[in-house]
Design a protein around this ligand. Structure first.
Ligand code: GDP
Ligand code: MN
Length: 381
């Protein structure tokens, strides 16, 4: 479960981690009130479950409550990374001396947590990780031992801090660890953790994802924030309703298959031929014509999709049924991008015949199908 920034900060505050004063607003009038309460210049931030809000125009600075009201109205009307903005966070604007990055996540290869920090935080941490990885400090934590206070101080030292800042920043990392431990957190990031001009360290941003498998242990918290734990976009919601496994990625080729293993293999094949998948869509077992049609409809709702690859291993599923589903989707005008099919198994010939007659490319192997769809996707991109 991903938490909104204000929800994560609620947890931060219970652990006595300093955050800028402020509050949450659903309307621009409320935003003005919050800004009056803060009584200083404020930052107006979009509350959406997505990072990179700053780059998308979802973080603005207001000197007066009237300005905060105006910016809140603008931000509330925005969609950020495909998500509608339903609320904003109004917080005191800090005078920044330095932007720091602090995070904790799980390193599955090491079977440990990893605490990550950098003295060069801010909006382009991903670029920093690529260009100057030496500026990022990492420390593994054995879950059975936990993160120790001396390790937290070592972290601050390795990041280049000196004097009393070692204890201040160390204590920040220790609190973050205690939150991770108490809330079964899979990923948390504070970017930026601000060192203000007055010498205070404050969490200006907050990202916190709780392991879904542990939610039963955090019922009190979920009750307190008063919302459903699952947050899905329309496509994800439709896929769940239809019992399909659906994951969005940042490429442009939708892979619609049956079985999670085959879908993964198809994504890999697309990548081997130089393409990038936009969609992992596992139709599940026994996909009939209607299911295939529904899967294509859902995949096409995602604006990144520029090509579709259907890859089916038919057992209980029958290839002629799949073909009928594809034809029906096409006849309804749902398919607006190039499409390639690869099918093997039950009633393969019948399925092939239907598709070939309709002029839809049908390929025998996954490799051929993947290389073909990558070529077609490049032409339309
Ligand atoms: P994100 O882009 O979704 O990660 O949103 P952030 O909350 O991290 O805000 C983006 C950027 O806005 C930060 O990296 C800061 O540079 C800036 N920012 C956020 N809060 C403050 C603040 O209180 N004062 C100042 N001066 N800048 C801020
Ligand atoms: Mn941030």
């Amino acid at each position: 479960m991903k938490l909104f920034e204000h929800e994560a900060k609620e947890i931060f505050r219970t652990f006595k981690m300093p955050t800028p004063p402020g509050g949450f607003a659903k309307t621009s009038a409320e935003a003005k009130k919050r800004a009056i309460e803060v009584g200083k210049p404020v930052v107006v931030k979009a509350l959406v479950l997505s990072g990179k809000r700053g780059k998308a125009g979802g973080v603005k600075f207001a000197d007066t409550p009237e300005e905060a009201e105006k910016f809140a109205e603008e931000i509330l009307a925005m969609r950020i990374n495909d998500l509608p903005v339903e609320a904003v966070l109004i917080e005191e604007k800090l005078d920044i001396q330095q932007e720091i990055y602090a995070g904790i996540t799980i390193d599955r290869n090491e079977r440990k947590y990893v605490v990550i920090g950098s003295a060069a935080g801010g909006m382009s941490i991903e670029e920093l990780a690529e260009e100057s990885p030496e500026k990022i400090v990492k420390m593994h934590v054995d879950p059975s031992l936990g993160f120790q206070a001396y390790e937290a101080r070592e972290m601050a030292i390795a990041m280049g801090f000196k004097g009393k800042q070692i204890n201040q920043l160390g204590s920040f990392f220790l609190k973050l660890w205690n939150i991770v431990d108490a809330f079964d957190v899979e990923l948390t990031e504070i970017n930026p953790l601000i060192l203000a001009k007055d010498g205070r360290f404050l969490a200006a941003d907050a990202r916190l994802n709780i392991d879904d498998n542990s939610l039963y242990r955090h019922k009190d918290f979920i009750e307190k924030i008063k919302r459903e734990p699952v947050e899905q976009n329309e496509r994800e919601r439709l896929a769940t309703e239809n019992d399909m496994a659906y994951v969005e990625l940042d490429g442009n080729i939708a892979c619609i298959c049956n079985g999670a293993g085959l879908t993964m293999a198809t994504l890999d094949a697309v990548s081997v031929y130089g393409g990038k998948a936009s969609t992992f869509l596992d139709l599940g077992g026994g996909a009939d014509a209607e299911r295939v049609e529904r899967g294509i409809e859902i995949a096409m709702m995602y604006s990144n999709v520029k090509a579709i690859l259907v890859n089916i291993m038919a057992g209980i599923t029958r290839c002629d049924d799949v073909a009928k589903g594809i034809l029906s989707a096409r006849d309804d005008g749902d398919i607006k991008v190039p499409l390639v099919i690869r099918m093997v198994g039950t009633n393969e010939e019948e399925g092939q015949e239907l598709l070939t007659k309709a002029g839809i490319p049908f390929l025998k192997t996954m490799e051929d199908a993947a290389s073909k769809i990558v070529e077609l996707a490049k032409e339309v991109a």
